[in-house]
Design a binder for this molecule. Structure first.
Ligand SMILES: *Cc1c(COP(=O)(O)O)cnc(C)c1O
Length: 390
């Protein structure tokens, strides 16, 4: 797209050509749309995803949200879902069936691991895990029944950046589909559709909604993959609500502006932490010298406000709670991508399947919100000062 995202996002998914049209598509609260004749009803039924037909398969506002996301992602079409996990589930069900095998990075968002172990396993779908740093070496892990290579870059909690083009090249050579959770990079800073993936997934709950007040997911696909993912979302009934789609559209309008602040503040805080003697390492792909920085520089055009850092081992009797609970601006909570800063201890050592987490001290995940970064830095400095080390 030649037009820059900030400009495109102000007009995406809204039609103001009708005189008197509202600036934003309104919330459409509807299960039922009515038709004048059976012929009209049947015409709508023939294209249920393209206009008003039945609330579960789309309303004008969910369709406007999908249109906006598909265009900014550079894909064929997008499909809105009830949450990020609902979008991921639809992709797995679209591409996998009984007896199939899926490859998943060992740095994956934990609920995906649980989805595979608890639910997909009972349908005869086998998941195995790979080192997120594997790149083209993933070829050695492909089995005759491998149907999907799933990626998430950077990884959850530990922020390993994957070599997406190398993995996509291997997958294409073997006729295997690829899908990626691209939530961290957002549709503005990371463009996986241009790298040839079949499906790009966003937990719109995070930066797209941007205010921590709605659950929403979205998948953008190629033309070839659209029917299967669209059908899987229809069959699971995990549709996006109209209120949520409206909030997602509203969030898109300010996404570029909010992200530039998250980017700048995140890097400023990361650099502050990297210079502190209490900090063993900072895991922020956008920070020069940090793990994954070279791949990030090649494949991303910015960073969001989410990263982790490892503290040096704490003194006997001291726990990471002494750090997380001591802060004012950083509240303890799941999710991220809103305007507020958050802190959470991370435990990659509890979930790794094929790699070993080598951290010696506690790992802490931060979301850098829209507060003034100097206040956030003062908050962190105070909390660090209260710690004692081994
Ligand atoms: C939060 C998150 C999800 C899940 O999104 P929900 O809307 O909470 O279901 C998926 N992937 C990543 C990387 C996330 O951080």
């Amino acid at each position: 797209m030649a037009e820059k995202p900030a400009s495109y996002l102000t007009r995406a998914g809204r039609d103001v050509s009708t005189p008197g049209a509202s600036v934003n598509p309104p919330v459409v609260r509807a299960s039922t749309f009515v038709f004048k004749s059976v012929a009209d009803f049947q015409a709508a039924a023939a294209k249920p995803f393209d206009g008003p037909f039945y609330g579960r398969v789309g309303t004008p506002v969910t369709q406007a949200f999908e249109e906006a996301v598909a265009a900014i992602e550079g894909g064929h079409r997008a499909i809105a879902a009830a949450s990020g996990v609902a979008a991921i589930t639809a992709v797995f069900l679209a591409f996998l069936g009984q007896g199939d095998h899926v490859l998943i990075p060992d740095s994956v968002y934990d609920p995906v691991r649980r989805l595979c172990a608890r639910t997909l396993s009972r349908m005869g779908i086998e998941a195995s895990y790979y080192d997120p740093a594997i790149g083209g070496g993933i070829e050695a892990l492909i089995r005759p029944n491998t149907r999907l290579i799933y990626m998430e870059s950077p990884g959850s909690g530990t922020f390993e950046v994957q070599d997406v083009p190398a993995i996509v090249a291997v997958a294409k050579a073997h006729g295997i589909r690829t899908a990626i959770d691209a939530t961290w990079g957002t549709p503005i800073y990371f463009r996986p559709m241009a790298m040839g993936v079949d499906a790009s997934i966003h937990a719109a709950t995070k930066y797209i909604v941007g205010h921590s007040d709605a659950m929403l997911g979205v998948v953008t696909t190629t033309e070839d993959s659209f029917p299967a993912v669209r059908a899987a979302l229809q069959d699971t009934g995990a549709c996006a609500g109209s209120e949520e789609a409206n909030l997602g559209l509203r969030g898109l309008r300010t996404l570029d502006l909010r992200l530039s602040r998250h980017h700048d503040s995140g890097l400023k805080v990361a650099a502050f932490l990297a210079a502190r003697p209490e900090v063993a390492r900072v895991l922020h792909p956008g920070l020069p010298g940090a793990p994954g920085h070279d791949l990030w520089k090649r494949d991303f055009t910015g960073a969001c406000g989410l990263f982790s850092f490892e503290l040096k081992p704490l003194a006997q009797g001291m726990t990471v709670a002494a750090f997380t609970d001591a802060m004012t601006y950083f509240k303890i909570g799941f999710s991220w991508g809103g305007f507020e800063s958050l802190v959470l201890p991370a435990h990659p050592e509890k979930s790794r399947a094929v790699t070993t987490w080598d951290g010696k001290g506690p790992l802490v995940r931060l979301h850098i919100g829209l507060e003034d970064p100097d206040d956030l830095i003062a908050d962190l400095a105070r909390a660090l000062d209260g710690l004692r080390f081994a």
